[in-house]
Design a protein around this ligand. Structure first.
Ligand code: XLS
Ligand code: NI
Ligand code: NI
Length: 435
C-alpha cells in the first residue's frame, strides 16, 4: 500500500540536481574521516511530529492533511499510522525513529486499557522493524499532555500522580526494550513550577531523582541495557523547568548519584531558549563525557518559543558536527529530527521536503567540519593560544606544583603580561572559507 504515491525513494543526486525530492549533499555511503555519512549522522525521525502533529497553534486548529488517519483512538488506526510511518522512513532512507508511548498508541483514560493498546501497537512495530531493518533510537513516556500531569509527573505534589507516572514509565520502558531501543529519554516538560508560592522545590527534585533511580533499577531487572538520557529545556510548558540546560542537568545527576546511568539528549531550540548556542551545550556535555544524542532542529530568532523548525543553518550544523567529530562520533545516539513543518506547509509531501533539508544541512555540516579539521588552521590556533601552559610556569600550575606564594614571587620578577590577539575575525573568515 502506498500512502505517499507521488514520492519516490529519495536518493543522492549531487549538488547540481534541481530535483526537490533528492539529496544534494547527503550521500549515505560517502566516506568521511573513515566512516560513511550514514554512520556519522545516524538520522532518526520523530513519530510525534511526522504522524501526530496536526500543526495547530494557540490561535488555530490543525491544518495537516493526513488522509490515512480516521482520527479515532482505535488500535487499528494506530497500527495503520505505523504502516504509514514506516513507508515514510523507507522512502526517506532514515534508519532510526523515536517515539512517546502516546504517539504510537492511544491514551484511553484507563491505565490498563492504555497499556494493552500500547502492547498491541508495539507488537506491530516489532513486525515492521523486522521487515524493514529500521531501529528504535529511543523511546519515552508522554508525561505532560494529559491533565493528570498538569502539575508535574515525577515532581507532582500528588503521590498518586507520581505512582501513575512511574507505572507509565515502566510500560514505556517495556515497549522500548521489546523493540530493541538503543536508549530511553526523560524530557521533563512539566517537571518544574509556575510559582514558588506553592512549590517545595527540594522535595520535588528528590522525587524526580527517585523516579530516575527506579527507572535504573527497573532496567537492571528486565535486562534493558540501552542508554538513559535527560533532555534539558528551560521553559515551555513549565514557567521554570528543573532540567533547564546541560549544566543544570549534569549538576542534578551528580547530586543524586545518577551520572553513571544518564547522558544528555540535547535539542538545538532548547539550547537557544536557555540563552546558549547549541555548540555551547554540546561542549558542556562532551566535557562531562555525557553527550548522548541530539534532537536536531532550530528556532526562529524573532520568536521566543520552541518553534521546532527543520535545521537549515549551516553555521549551526557545522559547529555541532565539529564537536561531534572531536568527540569521536555518536555511540548509542544520533540526530533525531525533533522538527515540524510550518502550519502553512500542510501537505504530506512537506514532510519529505523538511527532512531532506535537515539531512542535507547536517551532511554539509559534516563535510564542512571534516574540511576544517583537515585544514588544521583553527585547531592549530587554539592549540597555540594555550601554549604558555605547556611548559614553564603554566605547566607547573597545571601540575599544581606551585602555590600562591611561589606565583607571587614569580610575578614580582616579571614585567606586565603581553596578551596575544584572540583573532576571532580571522578565525570566522577561515570557517567561512569552507562554507
Ligand atoms: C519538547 C521536547 C520533546 C522531547 C521528547 O520540547 O523536545 O519533544 O524531545 O519528549
Ligand atoms: Ni526534543
Ligand atoms: Ni523541543
Amino acid at each position: 500500500m502506498a500512502y505517499f504515491p507521488d514520492v519516490p525513494k529519495i536518493v543522492y543526486e549531487g549538488s547540481k540536481s534541481r530535483n526537490p525530492l533528492a539529496f544534494k549533499h547527503y550521500n549515505p555511503d560517502e566516506i568521511i574521516e573513515g566512516k560513511s555519512m550514514r554512520e556519522h549522522l545516524r538520522f532518526a525521525a520523530a513519530y510525534w511530529h511526522v504522524m501526530r502533529n496536526s500543526l495547530s497553534d494557540p490561535f488555530g486548529g490543525g491544518t495537516a492533511l493526513t488522509p490515512w488517519d480516521d482520527l479515532s483512538d482505535s488500535v487499528d488506526n494506530a497500527k495503520k499510522r505505523a504502516d504509514v510511518f514506516f513507508e515514510f522512513l523507507g522512502k526517506m532512507d532514515i534508519d532510526y525513529y523515536c517515539f512517546h508511548d502516546r504517539d504510537i498508541a492511544p491514551e484511553l483514560n484507563d491505565f490498563s486499557k492504555s497499556t494493552a493498546a500500547l502492547e498491541s501497537v508495539v507488537a506491530h512495530l516489532g513486525d515492521l522493524q523486522k521487515e524493514t531493518g529500521k531501529k528504535l533510537l529511543w523511546g519515552t513516556a508522554c508525561l505532560f499532555s494529559h491533565p493528570r500531569y498538569a502539575q508535574g509527573a515525577g515532581t507532582s505534589p500528588d503521590a498518586h500522580v507520581f505512582a501513575y507516572a512511574a507505572a507509565q514509565v515502566k510500560a514505556a520502558m517495556d515497549a522500548t526494550h521489546a523493540l530493541g531501543g538503543l536508549g530511553y529519554t526523560f524530557w521533563g516538560g512539566r517537571e518544574g513550577y509556575a510559582t514558588l508560592l506553592n512549590t517545595d522545590v527540594k522535595r520535588e527534585l528528590d522525587h524526580l531523582a527517585t523516579m530516575l533511580h527506579m527507572a535504573v533499577d527497573y532496567a537492571k531487572k528486565i535486562g534493558f541495557t540501552g542508554q538513559f538520557y535527560i533532555e534539558p529545556k528551560p521553559r515551555e510548558p513549565s514557567t521554570h523547568q528543573y532540567d533547564s540546560d546541560a549544566a543544570a542537568c549534569l549538576n542534578f545527576l551528580r547530586e543524586y548519584n545518577l551520572l553513571d546511568h544518564f547522558k544528555l539528549n540535547l535539542e538545538t531550540n532548547h539550547a537557544t531558549l536557555a540563552g546558549h548556542t547549541m555548540d555551547h551545550e554540546v561542549t558542556v556535555a562532551i566535557n562531562a563525557g555525557a553527550l548522548g544524542s541530539i534532537d536536531a532542529n532550530q528556532g526562529d530568532t524573532l520568536l521566543g518559543w520552541d518553534t521546532d523548525q527543520f535545521p537549515t543553518d549551516l553555521y549551526g550544523t557545522s559547529k555541532v558536527m565539529l564537536k561531534i567529530l572531536e568527540m569521536g562520533g555518536f555511540t548509542t545516539g544520533g540526530l533525531n529530527f525533533d522538527a515540524k513543518r510550518r502550519r502553512e506547509s500542510h501537505e504530506p509531501i512537506d514532510l519529505f521536503h523538511g527532512h531532506i533539508g535537515g539531512m542535507d544541512a547536517f551532511a554539509r555540516g559534516l563535510k564542512i567540519a571534516a574540511a576544517v579539521r583537515a585544514d588544521g588552521r583553527i585547531g592549530d590556533f587554539v592549540k597555540g593560544r594555550y601554549a604558555s601552559w605547556d611548559t614553564g610556569i603554566g605547566a607547573d600550575i597545571e601540575k599544581r606544583a606551585v602555590d600562591f606564594d611561589q606565583l607571587t614571587q614569580w610575578v614580582t620578577q616579571k614585567t606586565e603580561p603581553v596578551l596575544a590577539s584572540g583573532r576571532q575575525e580571522m578565525l570566522e573568515n577561515v570557517l567561512n572559507d569552507f562554507l
